[in-house]
Design a protein around this ligand. Structure first.
Ligand SMILES: [Cu+2]
Length: 179
């Protein structure tokens, strides 16, 4: 493993985080300064909990209906035998993120059924790492349960998706539908 390759991966990963911010801001035509994409919120602000199971390679349920402006607590359970991701975003954001995830696999951060947390958190010397800590996404090993609390913006084209290489292509994504 060459340090220079890790640097490239870390830089690309930071870029994807920046792209999320830029994308959310760029689409910010919502009311009250909120973005169309929505934002992370507190569990105490949510009136509804939706449990999402992750399998190899699909979600149950396959689509989720929310109201514009609604705050939802997602409880995500990885019931599969592989590492999976639950990521809220536009199709374009998922496509960008898939390139970062490919690098995580190339560098051994994700290995089939486990995540190398030590390598993921390694400081690349410039303050960057391959940490997977965006507020709109969780990356999980088999058997793990995690939560995301999200306040949705206005009706917009959002998907929940797994960007582990090959999974999105295998159909591991679903629509967020707005009432
Ligand atoms: Cu997956």
């Amino acid at each position: 493993m060459k340090a220079s390759h890790l640097m490239v991966a870390a830089a690309a990963f930071s870029m994807s985080a920046a792209a999320l911010g830029a994308g959310a801001h760029g689409q910010g035509h919502g009311h009250g300064g909120g973005s169309a994409m929505g934002e992370a919120a507190k569990a105490s602000e949510s009136a509804r909990t939706i449990t999402v199971e992750m399998h190899d390679n699909y979600y149950e349920p396959e689509s989720i209906t929310v109201k514009p402006g609604e705050t939802v607590r997602f409880v995500i359970e990885n019931k599969g035998a592989l590492v999976h991701e639950f990521n809220l975003g536009t199709a374009q954001m998922h496509e960008t993120h898939q390139r970062s995830m490919q690098m995580m696999v190339d560098h051994g951060v994700i290995r089939g059924d486990h995540i190398d947390h030590r390598m993921m958190e390694m400081d690349m010397g410039d303050g960057h790492s391959m940490k997977h800590d965006a507020p709109n996404a969780v990356l999980m090993e088999p058997g793990e349960t995690k939560e995301i609390v999200w306040r949705f913006g206005g009706a917009t084209d959002l998907e929940f998706a797994c960007n582990v290489p090959g999974h999105y292509q295998a159909g591991m994504y679903g629509d967020i539908e707005f009432e």
